[in-house]
Write a protein that binds this ligand. Sequence first.
Ligand code: RFL
Length: 407
Amino acid sequence: MTPSENRGNHGNHVPVVIVGAGPAGLTLGNILRAGGIHCVILECETRAFIEQRPRAGVIEEWAVRGLDRRGLAKHLLARAERHTACEFRFEGERHPFPYGELTGSHHFVYPQPLLVTDLVREYAEVRGGDIRFAVRDVQPHDIDTDHPSVSYTCPGTGRREILRCDFVAGCDGARGAIRAALPADRIRVARHDYGIGWLALLAQAPPSADRVLFGMHPDGFAGQMPRSPDVTRYYLQCPPGDDPDGWSDERVWDQLRRRLAADGAAPLVQGPLIEKRVLDMHDYVVEPMRHGRLFLAGDAAHLVAPIAAKGMNLALHDAFLLGDALTAHVHGAPDAEGLLRGYSQACLRRVWDYQEFSQWLSELYHGTATGDPFRTGTTLARLRRLFTSRHAAAAFAEQYLGAADRY
Ligand code: RFL
């Protein structure tokens, strides 16, 4: 098949089938459409659902620049807040950390549902992309051949449909169908369980501070992440598997006030809690991220606990690399095969770096709540080092922003 034949839709054949309309799948779809490549995105939820599902908010500057270069950041750049500092609170004191000054780089804060809304609109309404919502029972087939396909049940007719394709992109998140369909002897899944839970909360209230707050307290970690002028995310460390119903609003605010207390800190701005769920902190990495003509991207390939706010950033990184490699392949670019061959390794270098940072940060957040005087001592030393050593501060800032020159 020549590259030009390959670009179009021939009957039920499409060059690329993307499973999952999260940040990874939608960014990939948009990149392919910009290259004039036909693709179909299959999503098991409705459009309204994915445009409201609350999750991430912190996006690294390089990721926003990557979206912008691909024409995908217009609304984000107009509406997102820029953050240049965070604040650690421990032993009853505030310790502002100006990472922007240390790196010349910053974070953007833009709720994930807004990004998903922008990406769906751009893909479906501007770039003419084909996206099918509320599909069921998605299954990949013949992934070891040059002619894979993906079948699914159409929600309208209840009929089983099949899309033949050249490539399958599994962008269907942590509980998706594509990774699960890979033969276990073809992949290695490395897992890490922190043995810690976080009660993830969304408050219908303005942020209590204009920056991210990390509270290290003997009762457990607490965090505050601004999301928008009237919605704020909070986290409270809790036992893994804890029941969110055991956390009344009163108990939540009481613990947040206690764990984020510090001299000179403004009182917390309370509001109704519109989300309350317990996340068991764990990570995994699937290697390799490519199997013949099937590619995994985003949470389908690697999960980083929200400890360091990295997951969506990694999903975008994968989508950039995969989108560029598939576009080069379809257009017959000379370096295309190298890009496809190198995809997994190029993604995994950043993935493992972020996983390591997440582990390191976990000890910083949770060490003082272990009840172990030795770990409390080393954690406080680690925290103080950020404010006494220029080099330690710069290294932290670089990792926090994902701003290293190379991965
Ligand atoms: P997604 O976003 O999960 O999208 C996958 C899509 O696939 C669909 N799907 C299927 N479709 C068809 N058939 C199937 N069988 C399917 N199974 C699933 C799903 O409905 C969904 O639409 O994966 P993607 O694109 O890889 O994006 C990953 C990010 O969503 C995730 O890493 C972040 O949300 C993680 N995360 C954060 N990341 C950051 O970079 N910065 C943050 O500040 C940040 N905060 C967070 C977070 C994750 C959180 N939770 C809920 C775990 C805060 C929280 C509380």
